[in-house]
Design a protein around this ligand. Sequence first.
Ligand code: SF4
Ligand code: SF4
Length: 430
Amino acid sequence: MGIEIKPENTIFTSTQMDIQDLYKCVHCGLCLSSCPTYTVLGKETDSPRGRIAYMKAIYEEKTYLTPRIVSHLDSCLQCRACESVCPSGVPFGRLMEHTKSYIVNKKKYSFFRSVVNKFLYKVVFPKQFILSLLSIGIKVYKALKLNKIRILMPGFMIPLDKMISDTPKEVFRADGSIFYSNPIVKKRSVALLSGCVMPIVQSDTMRATVRVLNKNGCDVFVPESQKCCGALNIHGGDLEGAKSLAKANIDAFIDLDIEAIIVVSGGCGAIMKEYFDLFKNDEEYLEKAIRFSNKVKDISEFLIQISIIKPENNLDYTVTYQDSCHLSNVQKITSPPRQLLEQIEGITIVEMEDNKCCGAAGVYSLFHKEMSSVLASSKMDSVESTRANVVISGNPGCMIQINGEASKRKSPIKVMHLVDILDEAYSYAN
Ligand code: SF4
Ligand code: SF4
């Protein structure tokens, strides 16, 4: 029987969801065991299949967005593990992005949530100025030791407290600098996405990225006019805000004479590789977005592609590698980080048995503390069972989440970005 598509239906059409995508699900259930929320709650309503059923029912006007349905839809981490295993090719990530946008448009979030969303997506992430204030706030928080005042430390602040204590003194500024490489190796030119929060809370990792790229013959340009990638906006249902950030980034990078746009955050890279999805109906930007997306490379895939100089330093670490959902499920990058680690002498790699989402998922932990915390705890159990002394990740969100959980448990485990460990392996080589 054919599917009746109702173009006149206002449901979802404001977000330009491709309605056919809703009908690709054949209800096989193969995705269920990959879904973190289903694994924890064991309920169909919190599974990919259940969420698709809700989307369809809303589209077919069999129900409307009740608070209960909003809650089941909203508790999705958008990790896309379901999409990765789906034999019918259901583009679950895209469906959920449009659904979140629909929830926002229909004003179905609570007043508090709507205000926080607007503040984060319209004020904080897109504005470098506000992010600079954030870095000042972090300095004040550390100087006054505000974490010692329990009343200022609600539950969700505990993982953030660890992040704040680890924040380096100097931010990494996207100020148009070019960092030149060692002239004895073949020259390449790349540009670097600095991102929104990473240049503040993980500025040392940004500097390590430049050093690792320079070491491997790449001149690194950091365009000043670049913006936040927009991933958090997309996941929060602010598709218009994401489009405007994507346009700014396309304009900042598109005319540069570079081999690649390097990204050191799995979540940012995934969305930047899908920018074209935002511009399906925009003749001016669609072609530019495709060219842009084709140049985006996660640091690990780029370094493997150019064949790195073997790091000279021997590091006596047992490491386990945390696959960021957006790096593995969306960008399909799982081997390159491990291949790079294998090139460091002295390192032993032990795989985790369960490599599900750690529960970070952008700002998920702010609104779904319980689920986020259960997943963080389960992730830490998996990490600890490897007996590794270092966890490596290619995504800042995972690092903050795991670091927060390690701090709660007073675990001595070190959490490092892949480029940090490569930088350490190179740093005594000169
Ligand atoms: S695996 Fe795909 S087709 Fe099967 S239930 Fe899940 S979403 Fe539907
Ligand atoms: S995106 Fe992740 S949390 Fe959401 S339904 Fe799919 S597997 Fe579950």
